[in-house]
Design a protein around this ligand. Structure first.
Ligand code: FE2
Length: 415
């Protein structure tokens, strides 16, 4: 055993430990390691966690807020219109530069696994090409999956159906969709079937923007669930957003929950954005516009979290910080119990890895790749409450980023 890096005095979720890493692999986790390494970090009892998993982001539109104009209504649909204009000016360099900047921002806050959507509604497929190139360029320090996402609908334009298949052939990792934005309900149903057909044909994961609307009659989730059951793709399938689930009547929601448990699909909630996008057409009471995160988790289904947007036509705010997302989920979903707080943390870490189908290579265990973060706090509870800095980001066995805590200096005595 010849470790290259040792982290001492770590607090893991299950107690204190030292962690030894050899090259890019975790080789020992013990209370007190007697061996030494050329590089050692004293974690001083701070929380050492697997990296955050960003389950849902749009890197092609990241950092474009205000281009060519700001979203004044705050609705999903004005966002789509603004993006339709902005994407006419996309270039490969533009996409690659912004996506890389966003990934660096996310990594500096502890995220090392990312699933991004790439809009494949434009004939040039510039967004897809840019994100595939970025995915390959950054793979030594951050893992990126790319979803072929037909923003304007698979049947919303004459070429869109062919474009999504072409995007998959070019190397997208997952097939996406947006059934609630297809021109008719029939097109929406047809689009879900088409997504499953493509996923089976090309052996890809599925991640569908599903029912991201307050309309309680938007019920494409049941189609996704039925297709997942019939194809046995199950955990390879993810339903993103599903905000209409928050508006369904309880009798229908109860029946649906039983089907969902059988289908074993994953869910992604994006609480930062959906608390601002949804409920816009309500007066009062005004809906929270989130899917039933707590109930899905209680039912044993896998739920993870995403930022969705960083400064784009749908959400002009955001820094890509997963702890911001977790904190918002805790509040909006009323998951303030201690086990619920831990569950929300897991939704940004291990449950996210499950959504991305990465669980075999993810986690702090001997034999697994050495990807981990050191937070400036001692527990997951504190991490959510204070949203501290990430002191060290360790990627593939090497220190990728070190950040020091800002020092507060009182200039005169008070109280
Ligand atoms: Fe999205």
């Amino acid at each position: 055993m010849t470790p290259t890096l040792i982290l001492r005095n770590c607090t893991l979720a299950n107690g204190p430990a030292d962690i030894a890493i050899e090259n890019s692999t975790i080789i020992a986790i013990e209370p007190h390691l007697a061996i030494t390494a050329p590089t050692e970090i004293d974690c001083a009892g701070n929380l050492v966690s697997p990296p955050f998993v960003e389950s849902h982001i749009h890197l092609d539109s990241a950092l474009t807020a205000g281009q060519p104009r700001h979203n004044q209504s705050g609705t999903l649909f004005e966002g789509i219109e603004i993006w339709r204009d902005r994407k006419q000016t996309l270039t490969l360099d533009d996409v690659k530069h912004r996506a890389t900047e966003a990934l660096k921002l996310m990594a500096s806050q502890g995220t090392l696994f990312v699933r991004t959507h790439a809009d494949v509604s434009e004939a040039s497929l510039t967004a897809l090409q840019g994100l595939l190139e970025v995915r390959d360029a950054v793979k030594d320090w951050i893992t990126v999956q790319v979803v072929a996402f037909p923003q304007d609908g698979i049947y919303g334009g004459p070429k869109n159906n062919d474009l999504i298949e072409e995007a998959i052939k070019q190397g997208a990792d997952a097939v996406g969709g947006i059934p609630h934005y297809e021109l008719t309900r029939e097109d929406g149903v047809r689009s879900v079937h088409r997504i499953f057909e493509l996923a089976e044909k090309y052996n890809r994961l599925i991640d569908i923007h599903c029912d991201e609307i307050d309309d309680d009659q938007s019920r494409f989730l049941e189609i996704v669930s039925a297709c997942a059951l019939r194809t046995s793709l199950k955990e390879q399938v993810t339903a993103s957003h599903t905000t209409a689930f928050g508006s369904y009547n309880d009798a229908y929601a109860f029946k649906l929950m039983g089907f969902l448990k059988r289908s074993e699909i994953n869910f992604i909630a994006n609480p930062l954005i959906n608390i601002t996008l949804q409920g816009r057409t309500d007066t009062y009471p005004k809906r929270r516009g989130l899917t039933r995160v707590k109930e899905l988790w209680q039912a044993g289904l896998n739920v993870s979290l995403g930022n969705d947007c960083i400064q784009d036509p749908w959400y002009g705010l955001g820094t890509g910080n997963m702890l911001d997302v977790v904190a918002m989920a805790v509040h909006v979903c009323q998951m303030t119990g201690l086990k619920e707080l831990d569950a929300c943390y897991d939704m940004a870490t291990g449950y996210g890895a499950r959504t991305l189908n990465l669980q075999d290579s993810y986690g702090i265990e001997v034999g697994k790749p050495a990807n981990l973060i050191v937070l400036d706090c001692t527990s997951q509870y504190e991490a959510i409450r204070r949203r501290p800095i990430v002191s060290y980001v360790i990627s593939r066995g090497q220190v990728l980023i070190e950040t020091t805590t800002p020092e507060i200096k009182w200039q005169r005595g008070v109280g």
